[in-house]
Ligand binder design. Structure first.
Ligand SMILES: [Zn+2]
Length: 137
């Protein structure tokens, strides 16, 4: 079985360097900064997962990185990611199968958290994986 990922909304992410880039939604770029490429990537996944939770389904994330072909992934409400096929589908994961989810350090306390946390479970910072410049602390 497969699951279709709708074409709207789509989050676009342009990664410029290992620590900077931008998220583009509705043609409005928002600059990003992170301490590492891993933190930047997981931060973008966390941003997209928050939209997926609002929609209660996976959301497409398009990523442009220097030196790589553009790629499209589905970000699920729990932060699980899958590559989207050309027919806009992803394989359905049977209930009970593993759903590996990337972790990254909280932007305030540096302890590991997952993209589903609205608040850091360690220090209570809001959106602990946010890489948006100007995100309130
Ligand atoms: Zn924290």
């Amino acid at each position: 079985m497969s699951l279709t990922v709708p074409a709207f909304p789509v989050v676009r992410c342009q990664i410029d360097t290992a620590t900077t880039g931008s998220i583009i939604m509705n043609n409005a770029p928002q600059p990003l900064v992170a301490t590492s490429i891993q933190t930047l990537r997981v931060g973008v996944i966390a941003f997209t997962a928050s939209i997926a939770r609002q929609m209660n389904r996976p959301v497409e994330l398009n990523i442009l990185e220097p030196g790589r072909d553009p790629f499209r992934i589905a970000v699920h409400p729990d932060g699980f990611t899958q590559t989207i096929s050309p027919d806009r589908t992803v394989p359905e994961i049977p209930a009970g199968d593993a759903r590996p989810i990337a972790h990254a350090p909280c932007r305030n306390c540096g302890r590991m958290v997952t993209p589903t946390y609205t608040y850091c479970i360690h220090c209570r910072t809001r959106n602990p994986l946010s890489v948006l410049i100007g995100e309130d602390a």
